[in-house]
Design a binder for this molecule. Sequence first.
Ligand code: C2E
Ligand code: MG
Ligand code: MG
Ligand code: MG
Length: 293
Amino acid sequence: SAKARGGGYDVLFSPEAAHRMENQHRLDAAIRSAIAADELFLNWQPQYELTTGRLSGAEALVSWHDPTTGRTVPAAEFIPAAEGSELILDIDRFVLTKACQQAVAWRAEVPGDFTFSVNISAKHMQRPDLPEFVRKTLSETGLEPGRLELEITESAFIENKQAALKVLSQLQAFGVRFALDDFGTGYSSLSYLIDLDVTRLKIDRSFISNVMVSTGKRNVVQSIMALAHSLDLDIVAEGVETPEQTAFLMQLGCRYAQGFLLSRPISPDELTGLLASKNRVTPELIEGAKRIL
Ligand code: C2E
Ligand code: MG
Ligand code: MG
Ligand code: MG
């Protein structure tokens, strides 16, 4: 106990700690009821291939419709807290199931290499039951494994690297693809990249924002691109918000991009519309970026 360690109960139950625990409990309860009441839903953020302007995939992002406030709460506001408990596993399973169900409906509308991306929490990559859950979900929904890309972060490999590597290789054996999300923000060594054998790296938004005014960020992005090329990995730049950033990324040979400039996350109905329209390219945008080059 805290007392045995000489800290006294006040260390464990300081007003701040008590407040934090109370908040975590409140949040846990709220998320649990949100799942039960079907208040979580998905939006999809389109991804574009910069070289061709093609719509090349979409990432599922979970949001929460909070009925008490009537507000839509973005993932950034509740996922970090959910990651502190087992609830994140329930959220992941919900999202994976919904994403595969929705993706199946678009299959006939999209090119063969179009991917549907789903975020998987670091905690989940430690769970030996994840591959079976994914396998079952794919077979029940009928989605081809090659259509599914799981976005994972380096943090999945920090606690128990062997467990996560095993989960990764079992999923890869089914034909599921992987992207390393938020790349550059973790602290893992570059040797991870060789061990992991992922298909794509997603350069974190923090490097893309202000990339045009920060020489340091430009250098980091450039180095990540060079590294990715040498390892034959495709890059997805996230958080692209301006034509200047797009031009810079195109110049470096960045293949894929995602961000508010190209499209905000959109509802499944809106994605259906986007796929049905002839407008699969990002017309003004790519043209605009080319003019800057
Ligand atoms: P992420 O996977 O890196 O997702 C990108 C986040 O950046 C999303 O926020 C997206 O709305 C936002 N974003 C995209 N483009 C731009 C841009 O141009 N500018 C700015 N400022 N933001 C942009 P969101 O939906 O709040 O998600 C936050 C994080 O929560 C995600 O980061 C991901 O780590 C996690 N997350 C989201 N959905 C899920 C999920 O279904 N399961 C799990 N485990 N995690 C999820
Ligand atoms: Mg992601
Ligand atoms: Mg990301
Ligand atoms: Mg990110």
